[in-house]
Design a binder for this molecule. Sequence first.
Ligand code: PGA
Length: 244
Amino acid sequence: MLGHAITIQEHLKTAKKEMDELKGVDSGRLLIGVVSTVNYFAARLLASFSREYPKVELKLDVTNRETLLRKLELNEPDLVLMGQPPSSLDVDAADFMDNPLLIVAAPDHPLAKAKRISLSSLIDETFVIRETGSGTRLAMERFFAEYDFTPQSTVEMAGNEVIKQAIEVGLGLSILSAHTVDLELSANRLVRLDVIGTPIIRRWYIAHRSGKRLTPTAISFKQFVLDEGERQSKNTRKKGGAKP
Ligand code: PGA
């Protein structure tokens, strides 16, 4: 049975490859625009796609949300990976994966081990925040508004990397996507504060301008990302819930 199963699988793979060749999926160019936070998993996605379609010429453009929206408006990228799709633009968007946002601090922060911290008790902390135009910044502002919270002091920095370094050396707290701090959390270079209302769960979307005619390669990439998202959610469910 195993032998038959392997043969069937091989035939299916060959059939799919031949179909892709007919549709022209296995060649061509693909310009993918991503927001800076997606960059933390985009390379992995593109690498697996490229293993499956080695002849496709891939180009990855990384910017913050505001710049990405401008490019989307000009219809430049074939597809974009981003947070909340804009209401100001006509786009076709499909969500594919959770984007949990966490409040992070240096490991020696006095509240590092505290449970169920209220946001209002962080009023005297310095928050290191992303630049205007960042989707993470927008999500943070929405969260603060929901809790009627305004931190007494903020320091603005452009990009996730510089913020992580600032938090590690004890400049303050920050709200960042879990995708950007995975490594630092497991190496105990940063800790997640257990603040009520967090993680803030958002979703990642794959999108393009409405009415855009997607190339067969772009259609395959979109399906690939949706399948990958489905696989990730199944793994998370198996492990017992959203990764904070
Ligand atoms: P950003 O976008 O990298 O510009 O913060 C992230 C998002 O849209 O969630």
